[in-house]
Ligand binder design. Structure first.
Ligand SMILES: NC(=O)c1ccc[n+]([C@@H]2O[C@H](COP(=O)([O-])OP(=O)(O)OC[C@H]3O[C@@H](n4cnc5c(N)ncnc54)[C@H](OP(=O)(O)O)[C@@H]3O)[C@@H](O)[C@H]2O)c1
Length: 340
């Protein structure tokens, strides 16, 4: 049910062909929803902006819930309960869930998980302690299986997942090499995040540059990108290397197949390649990841950065920007100020 105005939302209106553009979205006023029995009314505080959203726009099953044209844009967020008709949800609670791109939403109480309000900023629940953080920890620990002294390479190294992968690799006694777009990001990765080296994938000769940076070969490759970056890493893999295949963002806007020249390296070097999705990881592993990440962060052993824009209206550009490399660290939209 709805009651009067005061709400605002972003609707997904046009399926992109190739590069995602802001014209795929419309921003509009909307009625204020009224919670039914078992529901709560929430006010959105923060929205998470993530690469997988582009894949939802393919309209096919296989990766997250597909979006249909006309839908309110889906997306995870942090919100405050302002009215409750659910026995377990209290007014003033801060919750995590599939909030959607809107100022207010009426949602089933059991679909929302209360979060620890003492963790500040609250957006950490979408990044360091959300899907990106858990993905970095689980992917590296369980699929990369790094041993002290080994060389770990990670792509999109200045981003949410990648920035953590290299730092965790260092904490586990490995040598961490990042791959990122441009000199500024590479400087950040080495200077601020403490990686041993960072290579610019926008410059010529990535394959050769990696050969120089890792003369003994790469034991672990954590891939966030696929495409030409993966192809440049393949001939640099060491015997027995592991690839944690986390994401393939270079493919998400593509209109046709992307070819690989060096796949034979997987055979020649007895490489283990494991794709994984954080949504399918056992709750115990996710809990172990969150606990260790928070410990490291509170002890000052992990650096975490966010690119934050203010206002619901900034969400479409924020998402488009992920594919241009416009973000450093986790991309967040601050929709409303969080109270005490
Ligand atoms: N498996 C899972 O469960 C799971 C969970 C979360 C995320 N992921 C995946 O992990 C990856 C990183 O996600 P994130 O949230 O941490 O995003 P992010 O790295 O913070 O942002 C995306 C970055 O990707 C890079 N990029 C974009 N297009 C590229 C291209 N064509 N070639 C090379 N690099 C490109 C850009 O960095 P540069 O400026 O450095 O190029 C951009 O900043 C994504 O592929 C995502 O789908 C997977």
């Amino acid at each position: 049910m709805a009651r009067g105005g005061g709400n605002r939302q972003v609707r997904y209106v046009r399926r992109p062909v190739g590069r995602l553009e802001e014209s795929s979205f419309a921003i509009e006023d909307a009625p204020m929803p009224s919670p039914a029995e078992g529901e709560v009314l929430v006010r959105t505080l923060f929205l998470s902006v993530d690469p997988y959203m582009r894949r939802q726009m393919l309209g096919t099953k296989g990766y997250a819930v597909p979006l249909r044209e006309g839908d309110v844009m889906q997306g995870r967020g942090i919100a405050e309960v302002v009215e409750s008709r659910h026995p377990a949800r209290r007014v003033g609670e801060v919750v995590f869930g599939e909030i959607g791109w809107r100022l207010y939403a009426a949602l089933p109480g059991e679909a929302l998980r209360p979060v620890d309000r003492s963790v500040r900023p609250l957006s950490l629940h979408l990044g360091l302690l959300g899907a990106p953080g858990l993905t970095a920890w689980v992917g590296l620990t369980d699929h990369g299986r790094p041993q002290p002294g080994e060389t770990v390479v990670v792509s999109a190294a200045a981003g949410a997942v990648g920035s953590l992968v290299g730092q965790i690799a260092r904490l586990r006694g490995c040598r961490a090499i990042g791959i990122a777009g441009g000199a500024e990001k590479c400087a950040h990765v080495v200077r601020d995040l403490g990686f041993d080296a960072c290579l610019d994938h926008r410059a010529e000769g990535l394959e050769e540059a990696l050969r120089h940076a890792a003369p003994g070969g790469v034991q672990v490759y954590f891939d966030n990108v696929g495409g030409a970056v993966l192809d440049a890493v393949l001939p640099n893999l060491a015997m027995g290397a592991r690839i944690a295949l986390c994401g393939m963002i270079a493919h998400y806007n593509a209109t046709g197949p992307i070819a690989f020249r060096h796949l034979q390296s997987l055979l020649d070097n007895c490489v283990t390649l494991a794709g994984f999705r954080i949504g399918f990881v056992a709750p115990e592993r996710r809990a172990a990841a969150a606990a260790e990440l928070l410990d490291w962060f509170r002890a000052g052993r992990l650096r975490w950065r966010e690119t934050v824009s203010d206002g619901l209206e900034t969400a479409p550009a924020a998402l488009v920007g992920l594919f241009d490399g416009a973000n450093i660290g986790k991309r967040i939209v601050r929709v409303a100020p969080a109270g005490g």
